[in-house]
Design a protein around this ligand. Sequence first.
Ligand code: ATR
Length: 283
Amino acid sequence: MTRRVGIIGHPVAHSLSPAFQSAAFAHCGLDVVYERWDTPAPKLPERVSSLRAEDVLGANVTIPHKEAVIPLLDELGGQSARMGAVNTIVNREGRLFGFNTDGPGFVAALKAEAVFDPAGKRVLLVGAGGAARGIAFALVEANAAAVAIANRTYERALRLAREVGGAGGTVTAEALGGALGEYDCIVNCTSVGMHGGPDPAGIPVPLESARPGTLAVDIVYAPESTPFLAEAGRRGLRTLGGLPMLIYQGALAFELWTGVRAPIDVMFAAARNEVTRRAGGAA
Ligand code: ATR
């Protein structure tokens, strides 16, 4: 029996997941197809309920449904309950389990692709939306010494810091534009620099005061080298683009669905091909 996995969101047309997950299934000899399940909000209960079918392994969940799917699931695993967001659903004999691999994928990408273990490190997140949220939770879980959140709208940073930090003092809100010398890693969690986004030529935080050797990470993956990463490179910072985070969250989801080790290199190659194909005007 051919099994199915899909991405539930609205819209889903631009997701790279079908390209790199399909390549991974094929490489591992698994008879699984990855589909785009565009789902407007009123159709979400019906869509989630359809995942209980015998031929469905599970799903990815993306904007705007990561929170709304939770009451439709049977159990939550990992940090997803605390985070209040699910990006991966696994169907185990008709019972639906929710997970969140976004933050763990980010940490896995840091470790594997930048050889940077956040344990004991000081990290600055620029941005306070859903992406920053997942990353902040994962960095606390990975024992970062400090997680600072700076954002254009300071109140959002404050709210997120309180929510993630709870009673602990490791998560703080900071002013955007403060000195950066104390950070080991600076992460752009905004859409600034994204192709087709609100400010494709912009840089989310001035880097003058950053120490050379600090790791600059962008969650934006199109283009693969953003203005933020280019500027970081000019100033002698180390850089990591957004594609690894996307691939590692997908790899963790792949392993939850199949129990098979994800072929990371195959997934990278397929995602890069797709990004290049789209940049060529084929999108
Ligand atoms: P996501 O879930 O992808 O993180 P989001 O919740 O819309 O998306 O958050 C987008 C983030 O990018 C926010 O931190 C936003 O800042 P505000 O909270 O001030 O809106 C940030 N952002 C978006 N456009 C920006 C811009 N032009 N300059 C600076 N920050 C921007």
